[in-house]
Design a protein around this ligand. Structure first.
Ligand code: GAL
Length: 656
């Protein structure tokens, strides 16, 4: 197994460190407190373009040299960032064409961050120059552990430079204008293109826009940002052998980038999947299940291998949904949950709370209140735990189930012109994952083209777009159980409706859909097994499958189907069950540790040599016993099946 953070011993622990906000004397206090907390990894330089390159052609590395040297002397390794996520005002003034334009054609101003057009050649050149200069200077610096390209790529631009780059991308995808016209179905509404110059990004239009154009623009935007990542990574690689990463955003329902495609370029010997995750107070699922999904998704991107939680909040996230504080013990439990699910450490945004600027009220490892705070005490506790957990590094998570996520399908299914405003697939995938989390089932988040062998159950709650059934069929025939949710398999990669619904899945499911019956907001459909469905129903008939449950109002059609195929079986649900448990009860789904109440999380990590570690995290208000034997690494004391795991606490048991 590749050691993902070669220069860091054990698990990574630390956060974004932005000392340019502070007078020099504070830096000494910083490193002293980092030592006290057990920090061994700091992300430096993320937003420091203005310091290292304060004017055109002017490079000043003195301050960064000093920070790097200080951290090296203090035993803190550096995840060194290219500060390309936030060009400074001088850059925007000198190159106004690099500022992004929105879908109405309005150019945005500088004064925040992320103010660039991904397709701007001037910006691209500047970003690569920045990466190259930093790599050349710091490649052999003793503090350097790895590289961090930009920050949470998310920019989108609709300007003329973007239009030109989009046309080039479309030529590669569709060949010529005939190919484009076919893919976008332009014969409808007289949209036929006769010259590439007519083709535009999906800017604001008069009525429902062309879905093919929107989908391709989403793909293009993701690829354009991936291109930036790769260009900077190549510039770094020309000078340095250290691993390279960037922080992918896996918070809430963020699905702007096709991380499955990104993962092709973020795995390997000198790459690392790293993610940022912030628990959202107003999310539809509980905090712990949010953490579990983000972590399982990250592990999926890392193909089951190691990954790193690059950012989380030590306490409140003062953004989007308002200020909320974490309860005592909460961030400790969450941090352990990420590690249980494969992260090789936990880092925060940020080390010390900012006195000024847009995020002065975002929490930090070292809060405004200083060291006499719950947050600081918990940070120190976690640092201590991580030291004791060093031996788990490199172990892998054991899981028996998987849930399928395809970004392109998610985008297409939620784009304008779809049949239901409530069908949004990503929250639905997360809802199923959360139901499995509550049952203690450890579940990978996989892509429909991944090798699915070895999982006893695979869930595809919402897989609208699917080219063919080959991979899923193989999984079922070889003994797997596949569960497919409604509105799946019905369009191809161009969002064209397959013949014979449910299209690509019709043969596999043994079901024919007569027509779709989407439900109104809040409407419910009663099933004859006593359950009910929401959002969507279908008039469907068994053609090879057996009907397991039907609709009370449509007795001639089926609601839930099951079919045995090869050594396995496939289920099809034509509606979204309001309560997933009655359906999950029908499956043979083993939790990692049987008999635990919902909210007591149990996940195993294994080493190839047979050592196993059981992470037991009690998110509930009641003590429980965990049927395992060995040593709790957090306390160094023996664990027996009679040992109590107190409420709001955790154990990491090296099992006998
Ligand atoms: C992240 C971002 C950080 C910081 C953090 C807290 O999304 O990468 O720079 O802004 O959120 O809001």
């Amino acid at each position: 197994m590749t050691d993902i953070v070669p220069a860091v011993e054990g698990l990574g622990f630390g956060g974004d460190y932005n000392p340019e906000q502070w007078p020099r004397r504070i830096w000494d206090e910083d490193v002293e407190l980092m030592r006290e907390a057990g920090v061994n990894l700091a992300t430096v330089n993320v937003f420091s373009w203005a310091s290292v390159n304060p004017a055109p052609g002017k490079w000043e590395f003195g301050q960064l040299d000093e920070i790097m040297d200080l951290l090296a002397e203090s035993g803190v390794q550096v995840d060194l960032a290219t500060p390309t996520a936030a060009p400074p005002p001088w850059f925007s003034v000198a190159h106004p064409e690099t500022l992004p334009v929105d879908e109405y054609g309005r150019r945005k101003n500088y004064g925040s961050r992320g103010e660039y057009c991904p397709s701007s050649p001037v910006y691209q050149e500047a970003a690569v120059e920045m990466a190259s200069k930093l790599a050349e200077r710091y490649a052999s610096h003793p503090a350097l552990a790895m590289w961090h390209v930009g920050n949470e790529f998310f920019q989108r631009c609709f300007c003329d430079q973007t239009a030109a780059a989009f046309r080039t991308w479309l030529t590669e995808r569709h060949g010529d204008l005939d190919g484009l016209n076919h893919a976008w179905g332009t014969a409808f509404w007289s949209q036929t293109y006769t010259d590439w110059e007519q083709v535009l990004p999906s800017r604001v239009a008069t009525s429902t826009p062309n879905p093919g154009q929107i989908l391709d623009f989403q793909r293009f935007c993701s690829d354009a940002l991936l291109g930036l990542f790769r260009a900077e990574a190549a510039a770094i690689e020309a000078h340095s052998e250290a691993p390279i990463t960037t922080n992918l955003m896996v918070t809430g329902n963020f699905t702007m980038l096709d991380y499955h495609r990104w993962a092709e370029h973020m795995n390997g010997d000198r790459r690392l999947i790293a993610v940022d995750h912030y628990v959202l107070p107003a999310d539809e699922i509980e905090a712990e299940a949010q953490v579990a999904f983000a972590a399982d998704r990250s592990r999926g991107l890392a193909r089951g291998g190691p990954w790193l939680l690059m950012e989380q909040a030590a306490n409140s996230s003062a953004w989007r949904q308002g200020f909320f504080a974490k309860k005592p013990g909460e961030q400790l439990r969450h941090s352990l949950s990420y590690v249980a699910r494969g992260s090789e450490g936990a880092l925060y945004f940020q080390w010390r709370a900012s006195k000024a600027g847009a995020e002065r009220w975002h929490s930090a490892m070292l809060p405004h209140g200083g060291t006499e705070t719950k947050t600081w005490r918990e940070v120190k506790t976690l640092g201590g735990w991580f030291r004791r957990l060093a031996e788990i590094k490199g172990s892998r998570v054991r899981s028996r189930a998987a849930i399928l996520l395809d970004h392109e399908s998610v985008w297409a299914s939620a784009n304008p012109g779809e049949m239901s405003a409530f069908i949004d697939p990503y929250p639905e995938i997360r809802r199923w994952h959360a139901a499995l989390w509550r049952r203690g089932v450890v579940c990978d988040v996989a892509h429909p083209t991944d090798d699915l062998a070895g999982r006893s159950v695979v869930f595809a709650p919402s897989l609208y777009m699917l080219e063919d059934d080959a991979n899923l069929r193989r999984y079922v025939e070889q003994g797997g159980t596949l569960v497919v949710g409604p509105n799946s398999g019905i369009v191809d990669r161009n969002d064209h409706v397959h013949d014979g619904l449910p299209g690509a899945l019709r043969d596999l499911l043994g079901v024919r859909i007569e027509e779709f019956h989407p439900l109104r907001d809040g409407e419910r459909a009663a099933l004859d097994d006593g359950t009910e469905g929401a959002v969507w129903t279908e008039a469907a008939h068994a053609e090879g499958a057996e009907v397991v449950a039907g609709y009370i109002d449509y007795p001639s059609t089926g609601a839930i189907f099951r079919r045995e195929l090869g050594d396995g079986a496939v289920w099809y649900l034509t509606t979204r069950p309001t309560d997933l448990d009655p359906f999950l009860d029908r499956l043979d789904l083993a939790p990692e540790v049987p008999g635990l109440p919902a909210g007591v999380e149990a996940v195993r990590r294994d080493h190839e040599d047979g050592r196993t570690y059981l992470f037991a995290i009690n998110h509930t208000h009641k003590a429980v016993t965990i049927p395992s034997e060995g040593t709790d690494l957090l306390t160094g004391t023996p664990w027996t099946p009679r040992t109590h795991l107190h409420s709001n606490s955790a154990a990491v048991i090296r099992e006998r």
